[in-house]
Design a protein. Structure first.
Length: 379
């Protein structure tokens, strides 16, 4: 892998930001934003309050991908699809990281991440928060169809689209708009927008507070830290350049960390990427054993009200929702000045899997099994 295709903060990870026309070579997200500024691309964010709102959307956006990914993961029967299970699990861990990184940026500018609010968990079926609603996301079992939706979630942004934080078409387009907004508001605020108050800075989640292995926690105290945090998010899959699918660049090989898009594509194509593969040609490496039938046949996008006529099932579904609500409340408190609480979420994650699989083993209707509904429930 050529050095120009490695990220500055992680040389082993694919750098998939689009080519910067001014230089003709691959660049960082910061370089891309600098190019947009030179081209007088207007920031979609002009005020500090608009920026805080967009960062809250980023927290919600990163979270919104987790319930669908978890449903697919939990629906895979134990002892089967080991590689697919590992891939989906790794992406879930990184989405949790992205959620924390967005919260760190919001805290750094004086905002307050609201992870405990009533509508934080989106309704399924639904679309990405504040997007253009161009496709629908369900809570559903592991299948070719669900993996195809995951690919759409991680899809690169069209180069013809201007940055947006409302009605965006892809996550990459959203993060372009967010980074432009960060730069604009910081540039137009005397002294900048990043607070130096020690009490504010103590709200940061730092590496010792984070239990995941996917990526790097970036404490945010300056604009440079915020740039690094967003590059970490984008670099793991959200917002890779749409031309990457037609690229003949060799971006694969041993020791390289693939973006989410390519990891999901390995599952769909049932084959690993290898060193001489290109995005255009697709994976040609070792075949992956994928058994699409080795799953719990979970009903699609159930609601707690669907279970009201089934008292035992209703209580088990509520128990799952209460555990998930506890997990979100735990993350909220961690991001609200008690970062040491984040480690307590590990036990709740184990409980979630147990309770989800228990639901998926209960017959429901028309040959389908029950499943988790991911709804807020504080008992």
């Amino acid at each position: 892998m050529k050095a120009s295709f490695g990220q500055s903060n992680n040389p082993k990870r694919q750098k998939l930001i689009k080519m910067v026309p001014a230089s003709g070579k691959a660049d960082s997200l910061l370089g891309e934003v600098a190019f947009l500024k030179l081209q007088a691309i207007e920031s979609p964010i002009k005020t500090l309050e608009e920026l805080k709102s967009a960062l809250q959307t980023a927290v919600e956006l990163e979270h919104s991908t987790i319930p669908p990914y978890l449903c697919a993961l939990y629906s895979i029967k134990d002892g089967t699809n080991d590689i697919a299970t590992g891939i989906i699990r790794s992406v879930v861990v990184e989405e949790m990281l992205h959620m924390i990184l967005a919260a760190n940026i919001l805290n750094a500018i004086g905002g307050t991440p609201k992870i405990d609010k009533e509508h934080f968990i989106p309704a399924y079926p639904g679309s990405l928060p504040d997007s253009d609603n161009s496709f629908i996301i369900n809570l559903e079992k592991f299948s070719k169809e669900s993996i195809e939706v995951f690919l759409r979630i991680e899809k690169p942004e069209p180069t013809r689209e201007h940055p947006k934080v409302k009605d965006y078409h892809t996550i990459g387009q959203f993060y372009q708009g967010l980074m432009l907004g960060l730069e604009y508001v910081n540039d137009h605020t005397a002294g900048g927008i990043f607070l130096t108050d020690p009490e504010v800075q103590k709200r940061q989640i730092t590496p010792e507070h984070y239990y995941g292995s996917g990526g790097v926690i970036v404490p945010v105290y300056t604009i440079d830290d915020a740039r690094l945090a967003i590059e970490e998010i984008v670099g793991q899959g959200e917002g890779i350049d749409d031309t990457i699918e037609d690229s003949d660049q060799k971006l694969f090989g041993q020791g390289i960390e693939y973006a989410h898009y390519f990891r999901f594509n390995e599952v769909l194509q049932e084959r690993m990427y290898c060193e001489n593969d290109t995005p255009k040609g697709g994976p040609t490496g070792e075949k992956i054993a994928v058994d699409w039938n080795a799953v719990h046949n979970m009903v699609t996008s159930p609601k707690i009200k669907d279970y009201e006529g089934y008292p035992e099932l209703y209580e088990k579904a509520r128990s799952f929702n209460q555990t998930y609500t506890q997990l979100l409340d735990n993350i909220h408190c961690a991001c609200d000045g008690k970062p040491e609480l984040l480690m307590k979420g590990i036990g709740l994650m184990y409980q979630l899997k147990y309770k989800a699989v228990e639901l998926m083993n209960i017959p429901f209707q028309d040959g389908y099994m029950a499943g988790p509904t991911f709804e807020l429930d504080r008992g």
